[in-house]
Ligand binder design. Structure first.
Ligand code: COI
Length: 365
């Protein structure tokens, strides 16, 4: 694998400073995009080449491009954080790069090396540095959300791996993922749908997994819930994850339980970091199967004190309740989640450079 150098072509395309300031004051999530994007081309004959930074704008794709028909596509989510001294950092990018390669292998796409992946983020962030928000306070979690993605662009309707692929990175200023910020969210337990089955693509970050979650997400919203939770596809018994986030259960005795990675669950970078931060805080992390019965009984008996969701976009968000066709299961007696809030603060303090980085998780962009 060779590393393409990026042909950086700064353009005159720039959002007016006052317009940008207005956006940064209230960016929401995923609604606005910066002025540039990165693109790298891959062909079966020449490998990765023609790395460039170019103005953000629509792509030209042949209508027969295989991504449009067979969804040969993968993506990542990672944030850039502005520290108090103005410097900009990202969090464990080598984990995202490794997961991107795992996803690429599963979707028969070409692998991208760490160096190109990280340099592509750096190239875009350096160009659009003014788009990285400065949090107004420690309570605010504004950042620049980076979205690397790879699509199959060969013009061919046969079902086979594409011989032409394009990699892009776009960036979007982001505040809290949920409209209510870090208020407890309600979760709908899907009984009609599963997210992933053994041998499928559950562990990969591919658009198809998210497309397949949308009908269930719609069902959740129809029941007045914020997000959908999925059980395993074999026994419909084991808790897996939400539409786009991993799950954690805090036990009163200090256990911090999250569903084990079985191949049907996304290996979240935030999930992995919480396991470590939990260990550092003296909690006992456990990665193991957890059934819906254990959730119900644990909450009813008071053994489970908190349930929370986590992800790059969601950070750590407490779960208020789980709603099913037949019942409402609480999110634990600890309203708003003391441990979840503490881990969230530890994680954000580290990401924003307000505390030491004992695990060397930060990379300067
Ligand atoms: C992320 O947390 O980065 C994700 O990719 C989740 C997505 C649904 C926003």
């Amino acid at each position: 694998m060779t590393t393409p150098a990026f042909d950086v072509r700064p353009t005159t395309q720039a959002t007016e400073a006052n317009v940008r300031a207005e956006i940064l004051a209230n960016p929401g999530f995923g609604r606005y995009f910066t002025d540039h994007m990165v693109h790298v081309r891959w062909t079966k004959d020449d490998g990765w080449h023609s790395g460039e930074l170019r103005p953000y704008g629509p792509l030209t794709l042949d209508p027969a491009a295989s991504v449009l028909h067979y969804a040969q596509e993968i993506f990542e989510g990672i944030k850039a954080y502005r520290h108090a001294d103005g410097s900009v950092w990202t969090f464990r990018p080598e984990k995202n790069a490794a997961r991107f390669r795992d996803s690429a292998r599963r979707l028969a796409l070409p692998e991208l090396d760490d160096e190109t992946f990280i340099e592509s983020l750096r190239t875009l962030v350096r160009q659009d540095i003014d788009w990285v928000p400065t949090p107004a306070s420690e309570a605010e979690e504004s950042s620049l959300y980076l979205r690397p993605f790879m699509i199959a662009s060969e013009k061919f309707l046969g079902v086979k791996p594409s011989k032409e692929v394009d990699y892009y990175v776009i960036a979007s200023p982001a505040a809290a993922y949920f409209k209510g910020g870090v208020k407890p969210v309600s979760i709908w337990l899907s009984s009609n749908y599963n997210r992933a089955a053994p041998g499928g693509t559950g562990f990969a970050k591919c658009g198809g997994n998210y497309a397949a979650s949308l009908a269930a997400q719609q069902e959740a919203e129809n029941h007045g819930c914020d997000q959908v939770a999925f059980l395993d596809a074999v026994e419909n018994r084991w808790v897996e994850e939400l539409g786009g986030m991993n799950l954690f259960f805090v036990y009163r005795d200090g256990r911090l339980v999250t569903p084990a990675l079985t191949g049907t669950i996304l290996e979240g970078v935030t999930r992995d970091s919480i396991l470590q931060l939990g260990r550092d805080a003296g909690l006992t992390p456990e990665e193991r199967p957890i059934s819906i019965d254990e959730w119900r009984e644990g909450v009813n008996s008071g053994e489970i004190s908190e349930v929370f969701a986590c992800g790059t976009a969601a950070v750590i968000t407490p779960i208020g309740e789980l709603v099913t066709e037949h019942e409402r299961i609480g999110g634990g007696s600890e309203e708003g989640g003391r441990i979840g809030r503490q881990l969230r603060k530890q994680l954000l303090d580290l990401q924003y450079g307000r505390t030491e980085d004992p695990h060397g998780w930060l990379t300067r962009l």
